[in-house]
Write a protein of this length. Structure first.
Lengths: 120, 173
């Protein structure tokens, strides 16, 4: 069975793009979430192997959600997928234990390499 | 109130890179002008708020036909039903990616980050949108489908910039 991925992004367009890249490579989509609170809830319910996480979302942003998930589940594997490619955000993400940081728009191979490395 | 010309290149660069990569079409830098507020010129309008050491709004606008053809390219391979379903969402994400990429360029060598809001989208002719009146730089991007207008209404947050300056001075002592 393929590794199970939770995709978190408020944009259906990006969730669709990530699915289109991962499904043909044998990954299974465990679920989708559209904001940080939903991401935390779905992580607890589904216990996916990996989370792709956007930053700019309503209710709770992706950095806050990643921090909360990693505090409760230090073994969680999270890859940020965001348009906010600011150096300080990248450093803040790695500080809290995020595995990789992909800047949108992305090439399919960049997502694959980030997900595979994070799961290795 | 003054507007800062250093906002121009990050948005032009991000706009060209994002549209070229995501829609796989050629994009050229267009006109540069000035308005008193970021009111949109065309019938499709996407508004993104920016806050942090800069604050204000960035408003993207284009004709409906341009938006349809652009989204069609971005969703190449999707069925007509999926394209219809994803139309507004995809336009919002386009604006999100251009603004997000521009903030990375604007944040170089800065102590603080810039945050952006989720995009708000309005469509229709003779749009009447309440926007904060702020001096606005109008940047044009030309595509084969028609122009995309980017209205940048940003100003420096003086408090955060003073903190940055103080931190820099303390680091030098």
């Amino acid at each position: 069975m393929g590794k199970r991925i939770l995709i978190v992004d408020d944009a259906n367009f990006i969730r669709t793009m990530v699915k289109d890249v991962l499904i043909p490579r044998g990954f299974e989509i465990a679920g989708e979430a559209t904001n940080g609170n939903e991401a935390i809830k779905k992580y607890e319910e589904l216990k996916p192997d990996l989370v792709t996480m956007d930053i700019t979302m309503k209710e709770k942003d992706g950095l806050e959600a990643a921090k909360e998930i990693l505090t409760r589940y230090p073994e969680a594997r999270i890859v940020m997928v965001t348009a906010l490619g600011q150096e300080k955000m990248l450093l803040d993400s790695f500080k809290i234990g995020v595995k990789d940081f992909v800047v949108k728009p992305f090439k399919p191979e960049r997502i694959i390499s980030a997900v595979e490395k994070a799961l290795a | 109130m003054k507007i800062n010309a250093r906002f121009v290149n990050p948005f032009i660069q991000a706009g060209i890179n994002v549209v070229q990569q995501i829609a796989n079409i050629d994009v050229r830098r267009g006109h540069l002008s000035y308005k008193d507020q970021p009111e949109p010129s065309y019938g499709v309008c996407i508004i993104v708020g920016v806050y942090g050491f800069l604050k204000g709004q960035v408003v993207y606008s284009m004709k409906t036909e341009v938006a349809k053809r652009l989204v069609g390219k971005m969703l190449d391979g999707k069925s007509p039903e999926e394209r219809k379903l994803l139309f507004l969402d995809t336009l919002g994400e386009l604006a999100n990616m251009i603004t997000g990429n521009a903030t990375a360029l604007l944040s170089e060598n800065k102590e603080h980050t810039l945050q952006i809001t989720t995009p708000a989208i309005a469509t229709g002719e003779n749009l009447n949108i309440m926007l904060v009146p702020k001096p606005t730089l109008i940047l044009g991007l030309y595509t084969q489908y028609g122009p995309i207008e980017i209205s940048v209404a940003l100003e420096e947050d003086e408090v955060l910039n003073e903190i940055d300056e103080t931190e820099r001075m303390l680091n030098e002592i």
